[in-house]
Design a protein around this ligand. Sequence first.
Ligand SMILES: Nc1ncnc2c1ncn2[C@@H]1O[C@H](COP(=O)(O)OP(=O)(O)OP(=O)(O)O)[C@@H](O)[C@H]1O
Length: 552
Amino acid sequence: MPPGLSRSNSCVDIDFTLRRKFKKTAFRPLQRDVIVAALEGNDVFVQAATSFGKSLCFQLPAVIDHGITIVISPLLSLMVNALRAADIDAGTINGKTPYEEKQRLLQDLATGHPLTRLLYVTPEQCATESFRRHLRVVHKQRELARIAVDEAHCISEWGHDFRPSFKQLKWFRENFPDVPIICLTATATPQVRQDVISTLGLSEANLKVFTMTTSRKNLHYEVRFKSDEEDHYEDFRMWLGGVHKRRAEDSERRSELERRNQRLDNVSGIIYTLFRSDCETLAARLRADGIGAKPYHAGLPNDEKNETLQRWVNNDKGYDVIVATTAFGMGIDKENVRFVVHWQVPKSFEGFYQEAGRAGRDGKSSLCIMYYSREDRDRAYNRLSKDAKENNSNMEARLKSLQALIKYCEDTGTCRHCMICSYFGEKGVPECDYACDWHKDPTGLRKAKESGLQSEDWNMEFADLCSAFGRMTRTSSTMPANGAKANTKIPMRVALSYKTDDNTTVNGAHEVVMVDLEFDHRDDFFGAIKQTFRAIEKSDMDSHSNIGNRVF
Ligand SMILES: Nc1ncnc2c1ncn2[C@@H]1O[C@H](COP(=O)(O)OP(=O)(O)OP(=O)(O)O)[C@@H](O)[C@H]1O
């Protein structure tokens, strides 16, 4: 047979497919090595930074290889449309797949010789007996090319985003020991890595592990300190206004944008908030200030979410900024996202890294701002301990991850890129060309922390006072910032939970008292709190009367 007519996994095939099917001119560093390792039939573990191009590592082998690749992903895949547009036979089966489409894909599997090259499924789908039956048929015909597990950290209980259904994926190795597995993640600590490998039963002898740096040197990381008294909306709005102004005033930039038919105010970004209600109010507030912002969260109708996503991707006017919960995250691949803002401290270090990683996927400089307050920190710990009471799976890992994130925020003496890489177990020092607040201005950073955060001393004194009174716990409060002026009246609101004498709870919760105070001196503040405590002690708490929302 003349050379070139036989089907092979040669580099010629790979390069050709890259150009022809994926319309890319060259591989990124190590992408080729991963793809070759997969095509040689190895099990492969890939850990690489957000936006590295991990999808190509299983999509390209799927196009070249004989048979079908099953891609397990926790997300409703946004990829399938793009693959179909490139004339690659791809499909998805998940809870939202229309009945006819699901039947079409299942019938394709039932032939034993599917035409589909890439089938994206959820782990829950993989656990159903009927789906497994179809896969057995395909496997019997030697047409099951590979299993790809995307977001593989979800397998590990040591990961931030553990999903029990991912644990069931060990079924693949137990039932199809000859079918190679490739798993990919951007966020695995060494412990998570090991857990994923052993849970999936990847064979040591036949396993190629690629761990690339998590560093994204075009991302500029910044922590902005605040306290509850302060509305950081103004800070953000001024920053964004400044960006718009600079674009407008730079005549070169302006004409370049005009030439490319781009709007001056199309500075694309994402603001992450923890709460759905914040998505709505913040987006509305931004719109009232002339900024094209839209909310995105799981509570919105699908049509609305799809439209928002599509119009944001298209850079349509009015859709520049998405204010989202984490429902909008993994898998979002828009190239020109110039900023990602965390409105509050997120739940985990990995979540922060993943979400920040939506920025700058075109390689250009982009800003990742995290607003951090100690009140938010306390609330994050409170939420975690509440979750622990309801469901304590994965708690140790979640606590460690949150602690690492808080350390990241509080640290004013280390490069942010270094902290991120070291969290993921990297030894080297990543490049940071003034791409973090510490490198830019270490003194300014320290000062900003001192003046911006609620004082830890106040916190400690408050905690001491609570324990002296025995039955009080501060559940949340506004505390004065270090820089608060001594002679300004500062309104305070303190939520206290009160343990009754017999240590029972009322209406399923401890009594909660809201205390509104104004203080103009530190001693006055603590004096007022003491008085409040005494008043509560004197009141007839043991009658279990609810004194919630009592204002002193
Ligand atoms: N060799 C390449 N040349 C140019 N662009 C590429 C190449 N490989 C991948 N890309 C592009 O890089 C972008 C990111 O790829 P992908 O979504 O696979 O990233 P990822 O590693 O899965 O990131 P994340 O973990 O953040 O989701 C995509 O737009 C993809 O088309």
